[in-house]
Design a binder for this molecule. Structure first.
Ligand code: PRX
Length: 569
């Protein structure tokens, strides 16, 4: 990108929660932030208490906490109702043996039940593992078996995909609906809730370092790793909600991500509720009409989404926007993949608002690089370091690079949101900190004289398709399970809509002929076993794959080079 062609966007005049970035940055102290929590005085810590119970205790019980819409369906719950429902569910879960420190997976669609289940688990001091609703058998199995998960909350529709026979540690499955005949270890929550009296003191106090949530995230090698966060992350998640999302008393806030992706948990549940905002949930899949309708119906004021979603909305045309009243929107944000300047200009022109890019990772627990509503946006930049966070671009020896030079995007550790551990993988955890005191993100970036940071790609083979982080190894492993596939190499191919798409190069086993039918069968095989977003959108058959001479490892870099060369021709 030629920087001189980029039009900087000035902030609109407004009363923002943070209005003087430089000054706040200079005087910043995380200690001061702690004063905003009830535990500052009581010494009693639990994320769920700060998200829900505290607001009821402070007299905001009647405020709407959730506004769910899905077609004609609509549900609204107040904070008081959410408190009762989470207490009630927690009481039932406790009765069934769930204790502090247990891992409980939640596999539910975008619906109030999903948020209630998440908070109920946290109330017990258990660790919640939200699973993405698009996950299929294998993806579910990998995650639950890796951490020997014993409990799962799901519904009848998604629960079918859970391969119980292959999950010996899984002791109990809770279904949100009425179930006619439960098999051994299956529990219908409807019946249980009916027969169990609420224990209003079910909430367990924990320590700051106590496990809060586990999200599995892909790397370029091996299966996805379980990243565990601690309750202390709330300090960081609260403050980014206040300053970056700019959440205020009357905000109606919609984060479009499902809680299975860490954004949907941290910025779809924790951060807005720590700030006492009303959370919007729009059920169902992406559909431009339904999205605009959800904003109109709920009068969404603050909207956090992702570049692919904005590009899909752009592709639907600007006329569609005029059919809806979107005048409630006051603040737009994006995360997860590079936000093209064109999308920001579209937001400005068609929605009348700037789109504020933000950067973070599952491992970082909260936003670290941000565009604040009160500051200039340089389209193409992810923004600047959040106050209290130090970012640097380092060379391969861990030395700081000059502005404009491409290097490793690094963060001075620790900070309140940083992961607590990688589940039973100290080696992996340590690998993020190979330069003393710095967390190395795996992203490449440049920084300019004003501290604005520009994403330049990944230093490894990770694929980012529509904001989903996809590890090539996981897809390759699945591909070679298909009887026709002898070898597979998977890369991210640049794509105008999705940022990247998953492209697989395969070598067929002897006796198999390449055909459109076979390719489609292989694609569906990955889709049905792993997840729709992991299935290669393109599969190309080669006679052999490029490999390293000594170890015979597949050279994904070479495949990528070939693909980019072709695209450039
Ligand atoms: O490569 C970066 C990309 O997404 C990765 C993190 O993925 P995940 O852990 O699934 O995300 C969790 C919450 C965002 C990063 O290493 N990424 C994230 N934000 C941006 C981004 N790439 C470019 N621009 C961003 N704003």
């Amino acid at each position: 990108m030629i920087t001189s062609l980029v039009k900087y966007l000035n902030p609109a005049r407004g009363d923002y929660n943070l209005s003087n970035y430089q000054k706040v940055r200079e005087e910043f102290s995380w200690e001061e932030v702690k004063k905003n929590f009830s535990w500052y005085k009581t010494n009693k810590v639990n994320m769920a208490y700060e998200c829900i119970d505290r607001h009821v205790a402070d007299g905001f019980g009647e405020k709407i906490a959730i506004h769910y819409v899905n077609g004609e369906e609509e549900i609204k719950y107040t904070f008081k109702e959410v408190k009762e429902k989470t207490d009630h569910l927690a009481t039932v879960l406790k009765k069934h043996g769930i204790h502090k420190g247990d891992i409980v997976f939640v596999f539910l669609p975008k619906h109030p039940d999903c948020l209630i289940a998440t908070l109920a688990v946290i109330k017990l001091g258990a660790i919640v593992g939200p699973l993405f609703e698009a996950f299929m058998e294998e993806a579910i199995k990998d995650r639950i078996s890796d951490c020997e998960g014993r409990y799962l909350i799901t519904n009848l529709e998604l629960g079918i995909r859970v391969p119980r026979d292959e999950l010996p540690t899984l002791k109990k499955i809770f279904y949100t609906e009425d179930v006619d005949q439960c098999l051994n270890g299956e529990i219908s929550l409807v019946g249980e809730l009916r027969n169990t009296e609420i224990d209003n003191n079910v909430l367990e106090w924990v320590d700051f370092e106590h496990g809060l949530n586990i999200h599995y995230t892909s790397g370029s090698t091996g299966k996805p790793k379980g990243i565990i966060h601690a309750h202390r992350a709330m300090i960081h998640q609260y403050l980014t909600g206040k300053w970056v999302l700019d959440l205020k008393e009357d905000d109606v806030y919609w984060c479009t991500a499902h809680p299975g992706w860490v954004t949907g948990t941290v910025y779809g549940i924790f951060s807005p509720w720590l700030n006492r905002a009303t959370i919007v949930i729009n059920g169902g899949r992406f559909d431009a009409h339904s999205w605009y309708k959800a904003i109109e119906r709920t009068k969404t004021t603050v909207w956090y989404s992702a570049p692919t979603a904005f590009r899909m909305l752009m592709a639907e045309g600007n006329d569609l926007v005029c059919e809806y009243d979107l005048s409630s929107l006051r603040h737009l944000l994006s995360v997860g993949e590079p936000l093209n300047p064109e999308v920001i200009y579209w937001g400005q022109e068609v929605l009348g608002r700037r789109i504020h890019d933000t950067w973070w990772m599952t491992e970082t627990g909260a936003q670290l690089i941000v565009n604040l509503p009160s500051e200039v946006i340089k389209p193409g930049s992810m923004g600047r370091a959040f106050p209290g966070i130090e970012i640097a671009v380092l060379d391969d020896d861990g030395e700081r690079l000059q502005p404009g030079e491409v290097g490793h995007l690094a963060v001075k550790a620790p900070w309140p949101g940083i992961m607590k551990e990688v589940w039973r993988n100290k080696e992996k955890y340590d690998s993020y900190f190979k330069f003393d005191g710095w967390y190395i993100s795996g992203d490449l970036a440049t920084i300019d004289e004003d501290g604005y940071i520009f994403f330049q790609g990944r230093s490894d083979d990770m694929i980012n398709s529509s904001g989903e982080r996809i590890g090539p190894f996981e897809v390759e492993s699945k591909l070679i399970e298909h009887p026709a596939v002898a070898e597979a190499g998977v890369i991210g191919k640049p794509d105008p809509l999705r940022g990247e798409i998953v492209k697989a190069f395969i070598v067929l086993r002897k006796g198999y002929e390449a055909s459109a039918h076979l390719i489609e069968e292989i694609r569906l095989f990955v889709r049905q076993k792993l997840a729709a977003h992991s299935a290669p959108r393109e599969i190309e058959v080669l006679d052999e794959l490029p490999k390293t001479k000594i170890s015979g490892k597949i050279l994904r870099r070479e495949l990528k080079r070939l693909e980019l060369q072709r695209l450039g021709e």
